[in-house]
Design a binder for this molecule. Structure first.
Ligand code: HEC
Ligand code: HEC
Ligand code: HEC
Ligand code: HEC
Length: 503
């Protein structure tokens, strides 16, 4: 008896003990679930305010915010004044800087002289589409208003709405936090290329979230007359991918639809301006072909105690080589810095020759027009310039292509040089026909000289921009704060120097 009571007693203690233990395990499990269950940032719709995500995802948020540290403005028209000639007649000839941290995207598109100095929602040189790669508010507007309405009208129309820089909701679903394509035009672009969305893998998504913005696109324009009789112009971001990603394929696509971004004001060439085909160029390189994604290098995993998370400080992977390159390679960081620097040098060498050659071709073509060359004589020349400039631009407009796809970059640059030289030979023959021999293009060796050559004085643009910044821009900010779209604290500590030419 005694013995059996004792056994029962022990069993009871054990059972109660197990119960407590189980309770504690369940408690831990609950806690684990609460943390891991991807808490809902927003049940319905898109949460564009990045700081609203910080509560649940502090590490991702804090590392994302580090992109604020990449703040240097690098005026490329100063270091590459040929660009002013190549883009004569287009906004890029006025203002063009190297990319910097995602944190500055809204500030930079607002400050650049390219977006002009609108005085109201219907005014200014750029369409609404110009916001598309700058902000999660674009994902929000597309969801709230529909894509078509978002793309209708002028850039200034959304000044009081697009206020948060590239962030969480650009790449994540606000409810589930899983990776998401927030831009429907990327889905259309991929489908045009024959990609089935059902076949997209998780590893693909780790590049495709970037491809939403780091891609080549153009604005497809449509006009409609509204019920009030007013003309409504819609410019939809469209990826020209139907015939593939190769530079020549995209060139043929644009040639077939007779598209040009602008006409060069010197040579009268209808020019294609490449945007930033990082994704397309990347796919021609060895890393893509071996299954490496953008995030593998630009967003490495980071260990913090027992917690592993994705570092959201998107920048130069070499600044974090131990977590990026060296997870796959055996070289040292120093060796890799040298490898990357050498690739850059090689590209820069051909890049400079291409820009000089094409810039001279534009100026010499201008001379040919002046001395009486005919449309017929100029036609093949302008086609060479158009194709040469496109191949140059497509190869280098992606600032990382020299590393992502070195062979393809150099291949296209050598073609650009070849086409530029052919154009110049043909122009020399035309000039000779009109009695001009040994013509030398004017000096464009500095930004100031190049601006003088194209006859552009930026003083007026800069003054107008300042007026805009002190006027309408302040109204936009106030409007966004009043509507609860912008938390003014999110901009604390943000440097506010403006782009190269107007600081
Ligand atoms: C440019 C795209 C991009 C932006 C912007 C972005 N993320 Fe991510 N995020 C990713 C990618 C890629 C991963 C890796 C996902 C994977 O492989 O499953 C990731 C992973 C995550 C994860 C999963 C856990 C982890 O750390 O791996 C969370 C949570 C997350 N991000 C939150 C955020 C938050 C919060 C923000 C805004 C402060 C943000 N993300 C901004 C692309 C982005
Ligand atoms: C919503 C559009 C958008 C998305 C999504 C996006 N980017 Fe960007 N990215 C930009 C823009 C715009 C800039 C230039 C910002 C500036 O200079 O103001 C930029 C700049 C950069 C830079 C330069 C940063 C620096 O400090 O010099 C890198 C690198 C980069 N992006 C990589 C990526 C990668 C990798 C992804 C995907 C994980 C990605 N981006 C997703 C739009 C985007
Ligand atoms: C194998 C590693 C690797 C992969 C994968 C990779 N990159 Fe890069 N990326 C680099 C390196 C290295 C640089 C050069 C960094 C530098 O010199 O600032 C770079 C540069 C860039 C730049 C230019 C940054 C600047 O400030 O000039 C952008 C933008 C960029 N990458 C975007 C992407 C995108 C988008 C993808 C995917 C489509 C991608 N990268 C895939 C390693 C990688
Ligand atoms: C996820 C794995 C992975 C990461 C991360 C990675 N690589 Fe690679 N890398 C590869 C693979 C795979 C190859 C192809 C090797 C082969 O097939 O011979 C390659 C090839 C290379 C090559 C030779 C091809 C060429 O383009 O010259 C260089 C150089 C290189 N990587 C540098 C880097 C650098 C620098 C980084 C970091 C910025 C990096 N890699 C990050 C996997 C990776």
């Amino acid at each position: 008896m005694k013995k059996s009571y004792a056994v029962l007693g022990i069993s009871l203690v054990a059972i109660v003990g197990m119960g407590i233990l189980a309770g504690s395990i369940n408690g831990k499990e609950e806690e684990r679930k609460a943390i891991n269950q991807n808490p809902v940032v927003k049940e319905n719709g898109v949460e564009a305010k990045n700081e609203e995500w910080a509560r649940y995802f502090p590490r991702e948020y804090d590392s994302w915010k580090m992109t604020q540290k990449s703040e240097t403005i690098d005026d490329l028209l100063k270091s590459k004044p040929q660009l002013v000639i190549l883009w004569a007649g287009y906004g890029f000839a006025k203002d063009y800087n190297a990319p910097r941290g995602h944190f500055y995207a809204v500030q930079d598109v607002t400050n650049t002289l390219r977006t002009g100095a609108p005085t109201g929602p219907m005014d200014g040189p750029q369409p609404a589409a110009c916001w598309s790669c700058k902000s999660p508010d674009v994902a929000r507007l597309i969801e709230e208003k529909g894509e078509k309405d978002y793309f209708t009208g002028k850039w200034a129309r959304w000044g009081g709405e697009v206020v948060n820089p590239i962030g969480c909701a650009d790449c994540h679903d606000s409810k589930t936090a899983s990776l998401r394509i927030s831009r429907p035009y990327l889905v259309r672009g991929l489908e045009d290329k024959g990609v089935k969305m059902a076949d997209i893998s998780h590893q693909d998504m780790r590049s495709l979230v970037c491809a939403q913005c780091h891609s080549e696109y153009y604005f497809k324009m449509t006009k409609e007359t509204g019920p009030d009789g007013a003309e409504k112009i819609t410019n939809t971001v469209t990826f020209p991918w139907k015939d593939g990603f190769k530079g020549e394929a995209i060139e043929a696509y644009y040639d077939n639809i007779g598209f040009a971004d602008f006409t060069n004001s010197l040579s009268k060439t209808p020019i294609l301006k490449a945007q930033h085909p990082d994704y397309e160029m990347f796919t021609t390189g060895i890393h893509y072909q071996r299954g490496v994604s953008c995030a593998d290098c630009h967003m490495p995993y980071q260990q913090e105690g027992a917690i592993k998370y994705t570092n959201h400080n998107i920048g130069n992977p070499l600044d974090n080589a131990a977590s990026t390159c060296l997870t796959c390679h055996q070289e040292t960081e120093a060796e890799f810095r040298k490898v990357v620097a050498t690739k850059l040098e090689r590209k820069e060498e051909l890049h400079k020759i291409a820009m000089d050659t094409l810039a001279k071709a534009h100026l010499e073509a201008k001379k040919a027009w002046e001395v009486g060359a005919t449309e017929e004589e100029m036609k093949p020349i302008l086609l060479d310039i158009r194709h040469g400039q496109w191949r140059w631009d497509y190869s280098i407009a992606s600032h990382g292509s020299f590393f992502h796809a070195p062979e393809e970059t150099l291949r296209l640059l050598s073609q650009a040089n070849q086409l530029g030289q052919e154009a110049r030979l043909k122009i020399a023959a035309v000039l000779a026909k009109y009695g001009v021999v040994g013509y030398e293009a004017p000096d464009f060796s500095t930004k100031e000289k190049a601006l003088a050559v194209i006859g552009v004085d930026l003083t007026k643009d800069i003054t107008a921009k300042e007026q805009f910044r002190n006027g309408l821009l302040k109204e936009w900010e106030k409007e966004a704060i009043d509507k609860g779209l912008l938390n003014p604290k999110s901009r604390e500590g943000m440097s506010n120097h403006t782009s190269g030419s107007n600081n």
